[in-house]
Design a protein around this ligand. Structure first.
Ligand code: ADP
Length: 401
């Protein structure tokens, strides 16, 4: 069985064709600048080749046609025809409180995803466009499955997801914590249990997904009970360009002082804050941040310190929320690669049984592995995330049913 996994944005469409017999990636790539037909670009990578070329893609429909053409018709084709693709699996950012698991796509499901657009104006409308284009290009006989970033967090108890706002507004506008990166938190928390050789239902795990966007979840006995992102992916940790949690009064004060509209303020908090904001516009990238800090840039050193301190704080608070912790794991571009982030985040947590093996932490980059000391009560792991694989597995399971 071959499954095409799709992660669509408003002007991009990332794809991976996965062979479910051995879960290997047959080909993958990205369509960029969809809508800007003169400059739209597709990349396509197989085991042996990588190509990139300009192809006019005025809409997501042409993006699907382009990747199908590459897979079936090009010099580097990987399948003979479309009938080899059994199903498509789609990443959806916001499933609201409607979707607590992945589902088969029907017209009603597409309408429901569209109906949640107000909660994710940058993402859900783009997903809907891609779903409709996919249906048009593949036809009704290829089943589609949707996998939600928010679904894994639907197990949070009310006390964790409600905000202390007047109830009538919370209810009227569905204002609550939803949490994001759920596919990643679900994949890595299940994977670490497998690696340890214990059922997830017996483990209290803290999953630290640290990348351009970062979030941490408390996964108690296989179920998420709390997470750092909230109503939107802006909450929680300081990130590449996002502020993370700040006093809401600071937002109101700044809007008032600078005469900013909600859209301008949202832009500032989402795109101009975080590492980028604290370094006065120098970088949003953790590697560059570290290099700048080593050169003596105080702002860069501060931005890194701020994020690492927050990671430590959330580890402590989520251990408290779960009444203990068995496993702390790191994933995402920073979590998988930054020795420093892992070291600083865990330092000083020996009192709660977390003790890193300095050498393992330095040696193990990219790849799965345990980095805690032999006598550490809590196991600390690096587990590279694989959201596409989980989407493909869900798609297979639902289609098989
Ligand atoms: P996204 O949230 O966009 O998926 P990623 O998970 O790819 O992001 O993470 C991107 C971040 O990971 C960037 O800040 C980048 O600097 C960081 N990163 C990638 N490789 C390394 C590395 N070797 N050392 C430190 N940070 C790294």
């Amino acid at each position: 069985m071959k499954i095409l996994v799709i992660n669509a944005g408003s002007s991009s469409l990332k794809y991976q064709l996965i062979d479910m017999t051995d879960e290997s990636v047959i080909c993958k790539g990205n369509c960029e600048r969809i809508g800007d037909a003169e400059n739209s670009l597709v990349s396509y990578k197989t085991a042996d080749h990588k190509i990139e070329k300009l192809v006019p893609m005025p809409t997501h429909t042409e993006a699907f046609e382009t990747i199908i053409d590459l897979m079936t018709n090009s010099e580097y084709k990987v399948i003979n025809d479309l009938s080899e693709i059994s199903a498509t699996g789609h990443r959806i950012v916001q499933g609201g409180d409607i979707f607590s698991e992945s589902v088969l796509v029907t017209d009603k499901v597409i309408d429901q995803i569209e109906g949640l657009s107000e909660l994710a104006p940058l993402h859900n409308p783009a997903h809907v466009k891609a779903l409709r284009a996919c249906k048009k290009v593949f036809g009704d006989n290829v089943p589609m499955v949707v996998v939600f970033d928010t679904a894994f967090h639907q197990t949070m108890p009310q006390k964790a997801y409600m905000y202390g706002l007047p109830m009538e507004y919370s209810e009227k506008y569905n204002l609550r914590k939803y949490g994001f990166h759920g596919t990643s938190h679900r994949y890595v928390s299940a994977r670490v249990a497998e690696l340890i050789g214990k059922p997830a239902s017996e483990l209290k795990t803290i999953t630290c997904h640290l990348g351009n966007g970062s979030s941490i979840s408390a996964v108690k006995y296989g179920k998420c009970i709390d997470t750092t992102m909230g109503f939107t992916p802006l909450d929680g940790l300081l990130m590449g360009t996002r502020s993370g949690a700040i006093d809401p009064s600071a937002v109101l004060y700044l809007m008032d002082k600078e005469n900013m509209t909600p859209t301008e303020m949202s832009n500032l908090l989402n795109k101009k804050s975080g590492y980028l904001g604290v370094t006065r516009g120098l970088t949003s990238d953790d590697r560059d941040l570290r290099a700048l800090a080593l050169e003596g840039n105080q702002d860069a050193a501060l931005a890194g310190d701020m994020q690492r301190y927050e990671v430590k704080k959330y580890i402590g608070s989520f251990a408290a929320a779960m009444g203990g912790v068995d496993v702390v794991l790191f994933t995402g571009g920073i979590g998988e690669n930054s020795t420093l982030t892992r070291e600083v985040a865990c330092k000083g947590l020996e009192f709660m049984g977390i003790k890193l093996d300095k050498e393992l932490n330095e040696k193990l980059n990219r790849g799965e592995g345990k980095i805690s000391a032999a006598d550490s009560k809590v196991q600390v792991w690096i587990v590279p995330t694989n959201e596409e694989l989980l989407i493909a597995r869900d798609t297979r399971d639902i289609v098989n049913k």
